[in-house]
Design a protein around this ligand. Structure first.
Ligand code: ADP
Ligand code: MG
Length: 255
């Protein structure tokens, strides 16, 4: 493959007080690639996603989207933080799916999906609505367009949240444990939607403990521990021949 990656994380460090949540983390994600991030609780997976999505300022290193530095601009031989509007504009080229769905409770399902395309991306409401209906069809919820989030199950809410995330046609979609808050019987529907997006060539970074999904869908898998990337590679290698004792013991606990 040639050309620059869609996403480049380079030597990122993020500290909270004197604790390094991310310690020199680097990661490239190519267009159309699905990268699954695994690792124990507290290893920095959410922090990584949040730093990519510009929800946290980083202490060192850099994040690039399609080659563009995020959050900073070059200024007099150094770097200067961008203002909130420009950060928001950069953020609007990515989407994030959260563990807790984060739908807007007083908006209908349809309005939840059309809000960003209309308000942030300036799309005509009628166009945004017809695309939202297509997305709802895809996630199996076309009959719920006029419902409110509280009227849906967790699995249905998460499928709406995924439809909302992709409605803005993001360059990359970041998933942070999208099925961890769901009852077990609802997990598979959500993973099914994500499999479909992956098969369509969507560029995705997925933090998950669903190892079967990782094995089957990931082009590359990244194992983090204590703020560092310990191992990464195709799932066929990582799961069958882990090099580090730490990954071996993690996998033994997550089967
Ligand atoms: P993971 O998602 O892998 O469970 P996190 O990225 O949430 O891990 O957290 C990594 C480390 O950073 C943990 O030690 C966590 O306690 C710490 N951390 C994360 N967010 C904050 C915060 N806002 N303030 C202080 N410490 C934090
Ligand atoms: Mg987390």
């Amino acid at each position: 493959m040639t050309g620059q990656p869609a996403l480049r994380v380079l030597g990122v460090r993020k500290t909270f007080g004197d604790h390094a949540a991310l310690d020199d983390v680097s990661l490239d994600v190519r267009e159309g690639e699905v990268v699954v991030v695994i690792g124990p609780s507290g290893s920095g997976k959410s922090t990584l996603i949040r730093c990519v999505h510009q929800l946290e300022a980083i202490d060192a290193g850099a994040v690039y989207l399609d080659g563009e530095l995020l959050g900073y601009e070059r200024h007099r031989g150094g770097l200067r933080a961008l203002g909130e509007r420009r950060v928001a504009a950069q953020r609007s080229r990515m989407s994030m799916v959260f563990q807790q769905f984060n739908l807007i409770p007083h908006f209908t399902v349809l309005r939840n999906i059309t809000e960003a395309p209309v308000r942030v991306h300036g799309r005509a409401r009628a166009d945004a609505e017809s695309e939202a209906m297509e997305l709802l069809e895809r996630v199996g919820l076309a009959d719920r367009a006029q419902h409110y989030p509280r009227q849906l199950s967790g699995g249905q809410q998460q499928r709406v949240a995924i439809a909302r995330a992709v409605a803005t046609k993001p360059r990359i979609t970041l998933f942070d444990e999208p099925t961890s808050a769901l009852d077990p019987e609802l997990v598979e529907d959500v993973l099914g939607v994500m499999r479909g997006l992956a098969a369509d060539g969507m560029t995705m970074v997925v933090v998950t403990h669903e190892m079967a999904f990782a094995r089957e869908v990931a082009d590359r898998c990244v194992f983090m521990e204590a703020g560092r990337v310990v191992e990464s590679g195709p799932p066929s290698e990582l799961f069958t021949a882990p090099r580090s004792a730490r990954l071996r013991s993690f996998l033994a606990r997550h089967h």
